[in-house]
Ligand binder design. Structure first.
Ligand code: OAD
Length: 271
Protein backbone atom coordinates (compact mmCIF):
# COMPACT_ATOMS: atom_id res chain seq x y z
CA UNK A 1 0.00 0.00 0.00
CA UNK A 2 2.76 2.48 0.92
CA UNK A 3 4.33 1.90 -2.49
CA UNK A 4 1.01 2.58 -4.28
CA UNK A 5 0.53 5.77 -2.24
CA UNK A 6 4.07 6.92 -3.12
CA UNK A 7 3.48 6.21 -6.82
CA UNK A 8 0.15 8.04 -6.72
CA UNK A 9 1.87 10.98 -5.03
CA UNK A 10 4.48 11.05 -7.82
CA UNK A 11 1.69 11.29 -10.40
CA UNK A 12 -0.34 13.91 -8.55
CA UNK A 13 2.62 16.11 -7.59
CA UNK A 14 3.35 16.61 -11.28
CA UNK A 15 -0.23 16.56 -12.56
CA UNK A 16 -1.25 19.56 -14.62
CA UNK A 17 -5.00 19.05 -14.21
CA UNK A 18 -6.34 16.56 -11.69
CA UNK A 19 -10.02 15.83 -11.21
CA UNK A 20 -11.84 13.75 -8.57
CA UNK A 21 -14.97 11.66 -9.06
CA UNK A 22 -16.57 10.88 -5.73
CA UNK A 23 -19.40 8.65 -4.58
CA UNK A 24 -21.23 7.74 -1.40
CA UNK A 25 -18.14 6.02 0.05
CA UNK A 26 -16.34 9.29 0.72
CA UNK A 27 -19.17 10.34 3.04
CA UNK A 28 -19.43 7.04 4.93
CA UNK A 29 -16.98 8.33 7.55
CA UNK A 30 -19.25 11.35 7.97
CA UNK A 31 -21.99 8.96 9.12
CA UNK A 32 -23.91 8.80 5.83
CA UNK A 33 -24.65 5.22 4.76
CA UNK A 34 -23.79 4.15 1.19
CA UNK A 35 -26.36 2.77 -1.24
CA UNK A 36 -24.76 -0.59 -2.01
CA UNK A 37 -22.80 -3.12 -0.01
CA UNK A 38 -23.02 -3.83 3.72
CA UNK A 39 -25.29 -1.36 5.50
CA UNK A 40 -26.28 0.14 2.14
CA UNK A 41 -29.62 1.89 1.76
CA UNK A 42 -30.64 -0.20 -1.25
CA UNK A 43 -30.25 -3.35 0.88
CA UNK A 44 -33.07 -2.04 3.06
CA UNK A 45 -35.35 -0.45 0.49
CA UNK A 46 -35.96 -1.09 -3.20
CA UNK A 47 -34.74 1.94 -5.18
CA UNK A 48 -37.24 1.30 -7.98
CA UNK A 49 -40.05 1.49 -5.40
CA UNK A 50 -38.82 4.52 -3.48
CA UNK A 51 -36.19 6.39 -5.52
CA UNK A 52 -37.75 6.38 -8.99
CA UNK A 53 -39.44 9.56 -10.18
CA UNK A 54 -42.61 7.60 -11.09
CA UNK A 55 -42.79 6.22 -7.54
CA UNK A 56 -42.44 9.74 -6.14
CA UNK A 57 -45.12 11.19 -8.41
CA UNK A 58 -47.50 8.27 -7.71
CA UNK A 59 -47.12 8.39 -3.95
CA UNK A 60 -45.03 11.30 -2.63
CA UNK A 61 -46.18 10.69 0.93
CA UNK A 62 -44.65 7.20 1.04
CA UNK A 63 -41.39 8.30 -0.62
CA UNK A 64 -41.10 11.20 1.83
CA UNK A 65 -41.78 8.88 4.78
CA UNK A 66 -39.54 6.00 3.72
CA UNK A 67 -36.63 7.82 2.05
CA UNK A 68 -36.50 11.60 2.08
CA UNK A 69 -37.35 12.29 5.74
CA UNK A 70 -34.55 9.96 6.89
CA UNK A 71 -32.12 11.51 4.43
CA UNK A 72 -32.90 14.93 5.87
CA UNK A 73 -32.24 13.71 9.42
CA UNK A 74 -28.85 12.24 8.46
CA UNK A 75 -27.71 15.05 6.14
CA UNK A 76 -28.80 17.89 8.45
CA UNK A 77 -25.98 17.10 10.89
CA UNK A 78 -23.28 15.53 8.68
CA UNK A 79 -19.87 17.19 8.63
CA UNK A 80 -16.92 16.77 6.24
CA UNK A 81 -14.39 14.08 7.23
CA UNK A 82 -10.62 13.84 6.55
CA UNK A 83 -11.31 12.45 3.05
CA UNK A 84 -13.21 15.62 2.08
CA UNK A 85 -10.62 17.83 3.73
CA UNK A 86 -7.78 16.14 1.84
CA UNK A 87 -9.50 17.10 -1.43
CA UNK A 88 -9.50 20.74 -0.28
CA UNK A 89 -5.78 20.41 0.52
CA UNK A 90 -5.17 19.10 -3.00
CA UNK A 91 -7.08 22.05 -4.47
CA UNK A 92 -5.07 24.52 -2.36
CA UNK A 93 -1.85 22.89 -3.54
CA UNK A 94 -3.00 23.76 -7.09
CA UNK A 95 -3.30 20.09 -8.10
CA UNK A 96 -7.03 19.36 -8.00
CA UNK A 97 -9.16 21.53 -10.28
CA UNK A 98 -12.65 20.03 -10.09
CA UNK A 99 -14.67 17.56 -8.02
CA UNK A 100 -17.41 15.64 -9.83
CA UNK A 101 -19.63 14.18 -7.14
CA UNK A 102 -22.57 11.81 -7.24
CA UNK A 103 -23.33 12.82 -3.67
CA UNK A 104 -26.13 15.19 -2.78
CA UNK A 105 -24.85 15.96 0.73
CA UNK A 106 -22.99 19.21 -0.03
CA UNK A 107 -19.98 18.10 2.05
CA UNK A 108 -17.37 18.96 -0.59
CA UNK A 109 -18.59 22.56 -0.67
CA UNK A 110 -18.84 22.65 3.13
CA UNK A 111 -15.22 21.43 3.34
CA UNK A 112 -14.14 24.22 0.97
CA UNK A 113 -13.74 22.85 -2.57
CA UNK A 114 -14.41 25.59 -5.10
CA UNK A 115 -15.51 23.78 -8.25
CA UNK A 116 -17.94 20.98 -7.43
CA UNK A 117 -20.12 19.46 -10.15
CA UNK A 118 -23.19 17.90 -8.55
CA UNK A 119 -23.96 15.07 -10.94
CA UNK A 120 -27.09 13.94 -9.10
CA UNK A 121 -28.25 17.35 -7.89
CA UNK A 122 -28.26 18.37 -4.24
CA UNK A 123 -30.37 17.89 -1.17
CA UNK A 124 -29.92 21.42 0.14
CA UNK A 125 -32.91 22.69 -1.82
CA UNK A 126 -36.48 21.59 -2.53
CA UNK A 127 -38.64 22.64 -5.48
CA UNK A 128 -42.41 22.94 -5.67
CA UNK A 129 -43.95 20.53 -8.19
CA UNK A 130 -46.60 23.15 -9.05
CA UNK A 131 -44.96 26.60 -9.08
CA UNK A 132 -41.26 25.57 -9.17
CA UNK A 133 -40.46 27.88 -6.24
CA UNK A 134 -37.29 26.76 -4.44
CA UNK A 135 -37.00 26.45 -0.66
CA UNK A 136 -34.00 25.54 1.46
CA UNK A 137 -34.38 22.00 2.83
CA UNK A 138 -33.32 23.20 6.27
CA UNK A 139 -36.40 25.47 6.36
CA UNK A 140 -38.91 22.82 5.30
CA UNK A 141 -41.58 22.05 7.88
CA UNK A 142 -41.91 18.28 8.29
CA UNK A 143 -45.00 18.35 10.49
CA UNK A 144 -47.02 17.65 7.35
CA UNK A 145 -45.84 14.89 4.96
CA UNK A 146 -45.41 15.45 2.10
CA UNK A 147 -44.32 19.01 2.91
CA UNK A 148 -45.87 21.72 0.80
CA UNK A 149 -44.97 25.05 -0.72
CA UNK A 150 -46.94 28.16 0.27
CA UNK A 151 -48.91 27.69 -2.99
CA UNK A 152 -50.04 24.24 -1.79
CA UNK A 153 -47.84 22.26 -4.20
CA UNK A 154 -45.81 19.27 -3.06
CA UNK A 155 -42.08 19.76 -2.47
CA UNK A 156 -39.43 17.51 -3.94
CA UNK A 157 -35.67 17.53 -3.32
CA UNK A 158 -33.46 18.95 -6.08
CA UNK A 159 -31.86 15.50 -6.39
CA UNK A 160 -31.97 13.29 -9.43
CA UNK A 161 -34.42 10.42 -9.01
CA UNK A 162 -33.99 7.26 -11.06
CA UNK A 163 -35.67 7.85 -14.40
CA UNK A 164 -34.63 11.53 -14.53
CA UNK A 165 -32.03 13.34 -16.58
CA UNK A 166 -28.64 14.39 -15.20
CA UNK A 167 -28.54 18.22 -14.83
CA UNK A 168 -27.35 19.40 -18.24
CA UNK A 169 -24.46 21.63 -17.16
CA UNK A 170 -23.12 19.09 -14.66
CA UNK A 171 -23.13 16.40 -17.35
CA UNK A 172 -21.47 18.51 -20.05
CA UNK A 173 -18.81 19.95 -17.75
CA UNK A 174 -18.12 16.54 -16.19
CA UNK A 175 -17.53 15.05 -19.62
CA UNK A 176 -15.30 17.99 -20.49
CA UNK A 177 -13.13 17.91 -17.35
CA UNK A 178 -12.89 14.11 -17.54
CA UNK A 179 -11.60 14.37 -21.09
CA UNK A 180 -9.15 17.13 -20.13
CA UNK A 181 -7.59 15.79 -16.93
CA UNK A 182 -4.25 14.02 -16.71
CA UNK A 183 -5.07 12.32 -13.40
CA UNK A 184 -8.41 11.23 -11.99
CA UNK A 185 -9.02 10.25 -8.38
CA UNK A 186 -12.02 7.91 -8.20
CA UNK A 187 -13.08 7.83 -4.58
CA UNK A 188 -15.80 5.80 -2.87
CA UNK A 189 -17.97 4.86 -5.82
CA UNK A 190 -19.14 1.40 -6.78
CA UNK A 191 -19.12 2.66 -10.40
CA UNK A 192 -22.41 0.89 -11.01
CA UNK A 193 -24.55 3.85 -12.02
CA UNK A 194 -24.46 5.43 -15.46
CA UNK A 195 -23.61 7.91 -16.81
CA UNK A 196 -21.39 8.85 -13.82
CA UNK A 197 -19.45 5.59 -14.11
CA UNK A 198 -18.45 6.54 -17.67
CA UNK A 199 -16.32 9.48 -16.49
CA UNK A 200 -13.25 7.41 -15.51
CA UNK A 201 -13.40 5.70 -18.94
CA UNK A 202 -13.50 9.08 -20.67
CA UNK A 203 -10.49 10.15 -18.60
CA UNK A 204 -8.59 6.92 -19.28
CA UNK A 205 -9.32 7.10 -23.04
CA UNK A 206 -7.79 10.58 -23.04
CA UNK A 207 -4.60 9.43 -21.35
CA UNK A 208 -5.32 10.19 -17.66
CA UNK A 209 -3.91 8.06 -14.86
CA UNK A 210 -6.73 6.55 -12.78
CA UNK A 211 -6.13 6.44 -9.02
CA UNK A 212 -8.93 4.60 -7.23
CA UNK A 213 -9.60 4.77 -3.49
CA UNK A 214 -12.07 2.21 -2.19
CA UNK A 215 -11.94 -0.54 0.45
CA UNK A 216 -13.46 -2.96 -2.09
CA UNK A 217 -12.58 -3.72 -5.71
CA UNK A 218 -15.06 -2.27 -8.21
CA UNK A 219 -15.70 -2.93 -11.91
CA UNK A 220 -13.04 -0.27 -12.59
CA UNK A 221 -10.30 -1.87 -10.50
CA UNK A 222 -9.15 -4.61 -12.86
CA UNK A 223 -10.21 -2.81 -16.06
CA UNK A 224 -8.84 0.72 -15.89
CA UNK A 225 -7.46 1.61 -12.44
CA UNK A 226 -3.72 2.22 -12.71
CA UNK A 227 -3.25 2.68 -8.98
CA UNK A 228 -5.92 0.98 -6.84
CA UNK A 229 -5.53 2.15 -3.24
CA UNK A 230 -7.57 -0.33 -1.21
CA UNK A 231 -8.82 1.36 1.94
CA UNK A 232 -11.06 4.00 3.47
CA UNK A 233 -10.93 7.49 1.98
CA UNK A 234 -10.61 9.05 5.45
CA UNK A 235 -7.30 7.33 6.08
CA UNK A 236 -5.85 6.95 2.57
CA UNK A 237 -6.47 10.52 1.38
CA UNK A 238 -4.59 12.30 4.22
CA UNK A 239 -1.64 9.89 3.70
CA UNK A 240 -1.66 10.72 0.01
CA UNK A 241 -1.68 14.48 0.67
CA UNK A 242 1.23 14.06 3.12
CA UNK A 243 3.24 12.16 0.50
CA UNK A 244 2.50 14.86 -2.10
CA UNK A 245 3.56 17.66 0.26
CA UNK A 246 6.95 15.94 0.68
CA UNK A 247 7.43 16.29 -3.09
CA UNK A 248 6.43 19.93 -3.35
CA UNK A 249 8.96 22.49 -2.12
CA UNK A 250 7.48 24.79 0.54
CA UNK A 251 6.84 28.35 -0.65
CA UNK A 252 10.03 30.40 -0.27
CA UNK A 253 10.18 32.59 2.82
CA UNK A 254 9.80 36.34 2.21
CA UNK A 255 13.12 38.16 2.67
CA UNK A 256 12.89 40.32 5.75
CA UNK A 257 15.19 43.31 5.69
CA UNK A 258 17.42 43.78 8.74
CA UNK A 259 16.14 46.38 11.19
CA UNK A 260 17.15 49.92 10.26
CA UNK A 261 19.68 51.58 12.52
CA UNK A 262 20.66 55.22 12.58
CA UNK A 263 23.72 54.20 10.48
CA UNK A 264 21.68 52.45 7.78
CA UNK A 265 19.31 54.29 5.46
CA UNK A 266 16.33 52.68 3.75
CA UNK A 267 17.95 52.82 0.29
CA UNK A 268 21.23 51.16 1.44
CA UNK A 269 21.86 48.03 -0.57
CA UNK A 270 22.38 44.78 1.25
CA UNK A 271 25.63 43.15 0.18
P1 OAD B 1 -22.51 3.11 -3.73
O1 OAD B 1 -23.24 2.96 -2.44
O2 OAD B 1 -23.00 2.34 -4.88
O3 OAD B 1 -21.00 2.69 -3.51
C1 OAD B 1 -20.26 3.15 -2.43
C2 OAD B 1 -18.82 2.69 -2.60
O4 OAD B 1 -18.06 3.27 -1.55
C3 OAD B 1 -18.62 1.19 -2.54
O5 OAD B 1 -17.81 0.78 -3.64
C4 OAD B 1 -17.87 0.98 -1.22
O6 OAD B 1 -16.94 -0.10 -1.28
C5 OAD B 1 -17.17 2.30 -1.06
N1 OAD B 1 -16.85 2.70 0.33
C6 OAD B 1 -17.46 2.34 1.47
N2 OAD B 1 -16.89 2.93 2.53
C7 OAD B 1 -15.87 3.69 2.04
C8 OAD B 1 -14.89 4.54 2.62
N3 OAD B 1 -14.83 4.75 3.93
N4 OAD B 1 -14.01 5.17 1.80
C9 OAD B 1 -14.04 4.96 0.45
N5 OAD B 1 -14.95 4.17 -0.14
C10 OAD B 1 -15.85 3.54 0.63
O7 OAD B 1 -22.41 4.68 -4.01
P2 OAD B 1 -22.24 5.43 -5.39
O8 OAD B 1 -21.27 4.74 -6.27
O9 OAD B 1 -22.01 6.85 -5.06
O10 OAD B 1 -27.85 7.74 -7.26
O11 OAD B 1 -23.67 5.29 -6.01
C11 OAD B 1 -23.96 5.95 -7.20
C12 OAD B 1 -25.40 6.36 -7.21
O12 OAD B 1 -26.23 5.24 -6.92
C13 OAD B 1 -25.78 7.37 -6.16
O13 OAD B 1 -25.45 8.69 -6.49
C14 OAD B 1 -27.26 7.19 -6.06
C15 OAD B 1 -27.30 5.68 -6.05
O14 OAD B 1 -28.46 5.10 -6.46
C16 OAD B 1 -29.11 8.17 -7.27
O15 OAD B 1 -29.82 8.07 -6.29
C17 OAD B 1 -29.56 8.76 -8.56
Amino acid sequence: MSDLIERSADILATARYAVALTGAGISVESGIPPFRGPGGLWEKIDPMKYAHIDAFLDDPETVWNVLIKNMKTVLDTAQPNPGHIALVDLERLGILKTVITQNVDGLHQMAGNGDVLEFHGNFAWQSCLDCSRRIETALVDLTRIPPRCSCGGILRPDCVFFGEMIPHEALIRSQHVSASCDAMLVIGTSAMVQPAATMPFIAKDNGAVIIEINPEPTPLTSRISDLPLLGDAGSIMPRLVKAIRRRIPPPSQPITPPPMTKHRKAHDTIA
